[in-house]
Design a protein around this ligand. Structure first.
Ligand code: NAD
Length: 510
């Protein structure tokens, strides 16, 4: 008979797992019980559905090739066929202009490409989310993720992380997160636009520039933010006042200079500070990277500029390694400037060896930078790492078991909530600039960001070492707890003390 879980036993989920550090820090500082309850679960969990009409597709036909061997070639206007990653094409009506089509049983042969089945367009339903975790310190703030593996539990984890991160970055926001369960690469650009607009159509009553402010995350970017902005402000009399409803926009429509690079830049500032604490700099150090998207590629470029050497990179499609170092700028061109590299992957990069994903973790280096998805540095992976520092660019890349192994092996950690706080910090600068109708230079943005990230990093380090102090750039005297703790717990202590102050000094609304 299958074992039954007692209904009273709390179910272990990625959310309960992610909240372990919250409970540890809350116990350590004796967090007020009611504040703890307020923070333990989100304020709101919104789940809704969006429908979109998908276009007709031509999908490759693997079987029955013999049956159609006499089918002549069809010629369609290439401009009307949008290639997708799975090898199919989205068919647009303009493909028929001047076309020559021979079809049997809904099958046609594309010149030079093979046989394709015509799959008629149809409406499709997608599950969408927005979790609003806490707003004690300001409007909810957090990214929009378009990915096939999302869930309510995942968005709860990520929304709570934003509450801690905005407190640590000391920006006047709370935490939120949301998105759509969809593989954006399976849609045409027009379908993705329609899905994005429909998502905002449903989301509009729940958000606003002083209520909840989305930003890019995995699978979304400045283009998607522009569409969200348009849909939110469409038909509004005072549209210009609403620009701050999303951050991470293109700089030409109210985005901030330095925002695209901000998360990677913030991580690089933390790494610089880690070296400075040891009386040295990143120059001459080596690093490996997981994820070569926004965070990973920008962090790599900046670290490369500081003289650090990239030895290996893993992404969703492959892993590359070069013991003498990978030229980051050249890799960026290979991934982002080559139109044939549709998957935007490092796989196949000719100036490095192709290795397996698990081999990445065996590369001897100074720094390991996880900048892809969560849960990648598990206990067994942490056992294998041959680095001195894990600098977390991704959200939640290390599991609690991974944390324990890293601590046991003396591998140091820059936790995600400070490591990738650069993005939300510059999002705050974008939001202020939108409110003031200003546009700051990249030098001004980076100057403020460096000061903010490094001083908050120093406060966390002082909490971890129990060395409270007040210097010209930071003051940790209010936060140290009278004993040493690990960096992740220290970061959470800082977040909780800053959030708790709002409940203590402002009280609870009834
Ligand atoms: P992105 O979509 O630009 O890039 C993601 C990268 O991860 C890609 O290179 C992809 O190939 C790789 N990847 C995906 N699945 C993988 C897998 N299973 N194994 C290995 N690699 C895989 O996303 P991004 O904006 O760079 O975000 C990366 C991480 O950083 C996420 O955890 C995100 O939540 C976090 N983050 C991003 C920002 C930001 O400003 N973009 C801010 C804070 C945190």
């Amino acid at each position: 008979m299958a074992a039954r879980v007692s209904p009273n036993e709390p179910r272990s989920t990625i959310y309960t797992e992610a909240m372990e550090v919250f409970h540890r820090a809350a116990d350590l500082i004796g967090l007020d019980r009611r504040v703890r309850m307020e923070l333990e679960e989100p304020d709101y969990e919104h789940i809704f559905y969006v429908t979109v009409k998908l276009h007709t597709r031509l999908t490759p036909l693997a079987q029955d090739a013999d049956k159609y061997k006499d089918l002549p070639d069809s010629e369609l206007l290439p401009d009307g066929l949008e290639p997708l990653l799975d090898g199919s094409f989205v068919f647009k009506r303009r493909a028929l202009i001047g076309a020559n089509v021979a079809m049997r049983d809904g099958v046609l042969r594309l010149k030079g490409k093979g046989l394709y089945k015509v799959v008629p367009g149809r409406p499709e339903r997608f599950k969408a989310y927005r979790v609003q975790h806490n707003q004690a310190r300001g409007p909810y703030k957090g990214g929009i993720r378009f990915h096939q593996d999302v869930s309510l539990d995942l968005f709860k984890v990520l929304a709570a992380e934003m509450t801690w991160k905005t407190a640590i970055a000391d920006v006047p926001f709370g935490g939120g997160k949301g998105g759509i369960k969809v593989d954006p690469k399976s849609l045409s650009s027009e379908e993705l636009e329609a899905l994005t607009l429909r998502y905002m159509y449903r989301l509009k009553p729940l958000i606003g520039p002083d209520l909840d402010i989305p930003a890019p995350d995995v699978g979304t970017d400045g283009t998607i933010m522009g569409l969200l902005l348009r849909q939110y402000t469409d038909g509004e009399r005072e549209r210009h006042k609403l620009r701050g409803v999303v951050t991470g926009k293109d700089t030409r429509i109210g985005g901030s200079e330095g925002r695209v690079k901000a998360t990677g830049q913030g991580l690089a500032y933390c790494i610089q500070e880690w070296f400075a604490d040891r009386g040295t700099t990143p120059a001459g150090s080596t690093f490996v990277l997981q994820g070569f998207g926004n965070v990973g590629s920008n962090a790599a470029e900046i670290l490369g500029g500081l003289g650090a050497k990239l030895l290996a990179v893993n992404d969703a499609f492959g892993t590359i390694f070069n013991p003498t170092g990978i030229d980051v700028n050249d890799l960026v061109s290979y991934v982002y400037e080559n139109p044939r590299n549709m998957r935007r992957t490092v796989a196949g990069y000719p100036k490095a060896q192709q290795i397996s994903k698990s081999d990445l973790f065996d590369v001897d280096c100074d720094i390991c930078v996880p900048a892809a998805l969560g849960g990648e540095i598990t206990g067994p992976v942490a056992e294998r790492l041959k680095c001195k520092l894990v600098a977390e660019g991704a959200n939640g890349p290390t599991t609690p078991e991974g944390d324990r192994v890293l601590a046991k092996r003396g591998i140091e950690l820059i936790p995600d909530i400070i490591g990738n706080a650069g993005g939300v910090t510059v999002s705050y600068y974008e939001w202020i600039q939108n409110k003031r109708m200003e546009h700051w230079s990249e030098t001004e943005v980076n100057g403020r960001l460096e000061q903010a990230i490094k001083s908050n990093y120093r406060i966390i380090r002082d909490i971890a070492r129990n060395t409270p102090r007040r210097t010209a750039t930071h003051n940790s005297s209010r936060y140290a707890i009278g004993k040493e703790v690990d960096m992740r717990t220290a970061a959470m202590v800082l977040a909780l003390k800053r959030i708790e102050a709002h409940y203590q000094l402002e009280g609870f609304s009834q």
